[in-house]
Ligand binder design. Structure first.
Ligand SMILES: Cc1ncc(COP(=O)(O)O)c(C=O)c1O
Length: 362
């Protein structure tokens, strides 16, 4: 059997070394004779894991001291509601930048709590999609915050510019599918959030990086388990946290440090995506409809000339050990998600298959 490579958009592949290590110690953690999933979150040994995970995240992302890191339940979709519940204070207006499915969904959810100014930024020219530059976004003066999604996982549309706005603007970013893929300047944001199941660890935990002064904006009816200030005061242990996901995410962060940190990871991600985009662009058989400046380095959707052929591609690829290449149901086609854990060999195996498939079906 060929080596298996998993191109799933999430839950996505994790570093093999991390999973082997977790397997080794699963039934007997640290010589205790019990599993990590059986240990109380109040035990010293778990607190140590939790603290180290936060420290490593802070180091990798260079998180400034005036930011708190919260480890939450509920996935990124829960944040879609928790954010307005926590940040409106007395304001009623918010700005939501729409660049695809996830940012649109975040806006839809926010409409339950506030007036949402929708700012659509997708443009189409000659069949190619691009996004309006940040200085063209029509932000309102008195909004409580601006929300956007730097990497749209389904369409592969990405905003690579830094969100440079007036100093007093609060920027919130859904980094679910691109966190830890490259260094970012955390100080530009009010909140960065990301569910874990793409670039951090297994599903079940969501990371929220929040500027300290924003902790006090919630309204009195914000449920306690969703109240950022309460979560922060209890070091994300107000109720029982998803301990296994926290532990495994911590191991992924250690693995990232061993890879040389985010500068090195960013170089690798660039090389991987270049290999795949070049294969698409240098053929008249595969097509990606996004302009170069807005292409995702994590999620790369493409199509052949016929939907029928796309399905054959996906089926044959799976037989060759290339898993989960089916595009999202709303777009169809093929999508390769190549997060941090995907080695260049996996992308090379995909490219070799693409060349062979093209040869056989042209
Ligand atoms: C960018 C983005 N935001 C939000 C979500 C929703 O995440 P969750 O399923 O953790 O709620 C996803 C899921 O794929 C996503 O890619």
């Amino acid at each position: 059997m060929n080596k298996i490579y998993n191109f799933s958009a999430g839950p996505a592949m994790l570093p093999v070394d991390v999973m082997k290590e977790a397997k080794k110690e699963f039934c007997n953690f640290n010589g205790l004779g019990i599993s990590i999933i059986e240990i109380s979150h109040r035990e010293k040994i778990f607190i140590k894991i939790a603290t180290e995970t936060e420290e490593n995240l802070r180091e990798l992302l260079n998180i400034p001291k005036n930011y708190k890191v919260l480890f939450c339940h509920g996935g990124a979709r829960t944040q879609f509601s928790i954010i307005p519940m926590n940040l409106l204070e007395k304001k009623t207006k918010t700005d939501y930048i729409i660049s695809g499915y996830w940012s649109e969904y975040a806006a839809k959810e926010a409409k339950k709590y506030c007036n949402v100014n929708i700012i659509k930024i997708i443009e189409e020219k000659n069949g190619k999609l691009s996004l309006k530059k940040i200085n063209k976004w029509k932000i309102t003066n008195d909004s409580a915050y601006i929300h956007y999604c730097p990497n749209e996982t389904i369409s592969g549309l990405s905003i690579h510019e830094d969100p440079l706005f007036l100093k007093n603007k609060i920027i919130i970013a859904d980094y679910s599918s691109s966190i830890l893929s490259k260094p970012i300047d955390v100080s530009l944001y009010g909140i960065i959030y990301a569910s874990a199941q793409k670039n951090i660890g297994p599903s079940g935990i969501t990371i929220v990086i929040i500027r300290e002064d924003l902790l006090l904006r919630n309204s009195s009816i914000t449920p306690s388990v969703f109240n950022y200030n309460i979560l922060s005061k209890h070091k994300s242990m107000f109720n029982t946290p998803p301990t296994f996901a926290w532990y495994l995410s911590g191991m992924v962060l250690k693995w990232l440090k061993k890879q040389g940190g985010l500068q090195e990871i960013a170089k690798k991600n660039y090389e991987k995506s270049k290999l795949l985009y070049n294969t698409i662009d240098n053929s008249d058989f595969y097509f990606n409809n996004i302009t170069k400046k807005n292409r995702s380095l994590m999620n790369i959707p493409f199509k052949t000339k016929e939907p029928k052929l796309d399905l054959i591609f996906i089926k044959e690829a799976k037989k060759q050990g290339l898993h989960s290449l089916k595009g999202h149901k709303i777009l169809g086609g093929i999508r390769a998600s190549i997060y941090n854990a995907m080695p260049i060999d996996g992308v090379q195996a995909l490219v070799d298959f693409m060349n062979d498939f093209k040869y056989r079906h042209s």
